[in-house]
Write a protein that binds this ligand. Structure first.
Ligand SMILES: Cc1ncc(COP(=O)(O)O)c(C=O)c1O
Length: 396
């Protein structure tokens, strides 16, 4: 019997390669030269890298020389915090938010450990940053404000243009982690007014292990990786030519497909949400009702655990994820769901469902039917006592 097609609804974790990206990467494998070499093989590789840089820059309204390639979105974000290592002591404070991706939160915490004052903005129940809190926190010592464009767990889109303007009025730099936004919604560095912007290929049907950082011309920067003169001296290391070619092709495909796909995903998401409301009326939804990534739905179920639902869905060939992190044997509720004010029990009963370019109405129907069955079953099990939990009572 044929194995049933797996239903992948975890596109914020990563995306499958677009078939055109696979082709482009296969072709790029023939371009073996080192882009820094002064011979024909090297020149071919250099051309591939620079053509790709142009495509990516153009997509977000940047100049090619304002883009550096990185090994990931995490590296791009870390590079921004590192960029401030040489700021004058009178202007070295950082402001970020309580709902950033761990790579931003850890980079900020690292700065705090080295004595830099770091302020964390709160968010309201939809995940939006309080702009009045930003206003009162910004001061003449603020060097950098880092606010993500869209959240990976609940999909909330911030008013980054307004935030950037507020930062500039107080003379501070603005970075946005746009890893979940680029390729899903229109992102333009000039419209935002960003000084730094991070993106990552594997979130937009490109390969893993390749990211890009926009650095506005003239913005301060210190290389995170020291060595050769690659990327105009801003990121050492021989370029990942195959990854870069894949990234550029993924962007080209986004340019062609993004708008139509966003409308399709928004429709599927609405159908999923309404379906859940119908079959599991006690379910509640997290994130902003309208300013939200088109394919992202985060939902909480009472009296059950997100992990139990995720595992049961996985057994039925449906991939979703939870926001909780397993650390030292206990499952902590997602910091994002806690930040929007969910009680721990409700946060722990949440899953995130992320639709993508190949998601069909049949996938939504399948997920809906499976959820209805599983939530009823796991809800009953949770009532029976901790020994019946998905983790055998370990998760506390
Ligand atoms: C918002 C956000 N920022 C940064 C990252 C890190 O990107 P990468 O996996 O390329 O390191 C992710 C990945 O999940 C993300 O969702």
């Amino acid at each position: 019997m044929d194995k049933p097609r797996a239903t992948y609804l975890d596109h914020n974790a990563t995306t499958p390669l677009h078939p055109e990206v696979k082709k482009a990467m296969t072709e790029a494998m023939e371009v073996f030269g080192n882009p820094s070499s002064y011979h024909e093989a090297g020149r071919q590789a250099r051309e591939l890298v620079e053509n790709s840089r142009r495509v990516i820059a153009d997509f977000i309204g940047a100049k090619p020389e304002e883009i550096i390639f990185t090994g990931s979105g995490s590296e791009a974000n870390n590079a921004v915090f590192n960029a401030l290592s040489n700021q004058p002591p009178a202007r070295r404070e950082i402001i970020t938010t309580s709902i950033e991706h761990p790579c931003v939160l850890r980079a900020a915490a690292h700065m705090a450990e080295s004595g830099v004052p770091v302020h964390y903005l709160d968010v309201d129940e939809t995940g939006k940053v309080y702009l009045d809190q930003l206003e009162s926190t910004l001061n003449d010592a603020t060097a950098l404000v880092s606010v993500m464009t869209a959240n990976n767990e609940i999909g909330t889109i911030q008013d980054v243009g307004r935030i950037a303007k507020m930062c500039h009025e107080r003379g501070s730099l603005f970075h946005t982690d746009a890893v979940q936004a680029v390729g899903k919604i229109p992102v333009n560095v000039n419209e935002i007014g960003a000084d730094y912007l991070s993106s990552s290929a594997h979130k937009l049907y490109g390969p893993k292990g390749i990211g890009a950082l926009y650095i506005r011309q003239g913005a301060p920067f210190e290389p995170l990786i020291q060595g050769g003169h690659q990327e105009r001296g801003r990121r050492a290391g021989t370029e990942n030519t195959i990854g870069i070619a894949g990234f550029a092709k993924a962007i080209e495909m986004r340019k062609a497909e993004m708008a139509e796909e966003a409308a399709h995903l928004a429709m599927l998401k609405l159908a999923l949400r309404q379906g859940i409301e119908r079959v599991i009326p006690e379910a509640t939804f997290n994130g902003h009702p309208t300013d939200s990534l088109p394919g992202t739905l985060n939902v909480s179920f009472a009296q059950t655990r997100g992990e139990a639902i995720q595992l049961a869905l996985d057994l039925e060939g449906i991939a979703v994820s939870t926001g909780s992190a397993c650390s030292s044997g206990s499952l902590d509720p997602s910091h994002v769901l806690v930040a929007i004010g969910l009680p721990a029990a409700q946060a722990l009963g949440s899953i995130r469902i992320n639709l993508g370019r190949t998601t069909t109405p049949a996938d939504i129907e399948q997920a809906l039917q499976a959820l209805a069955r599983i939530v009823t079953r796991t809800g009953r099990a949770a009532h029976a006592g901790p020994g019946d939990c998905c983790c055998g009572g370990q998760c506390g």
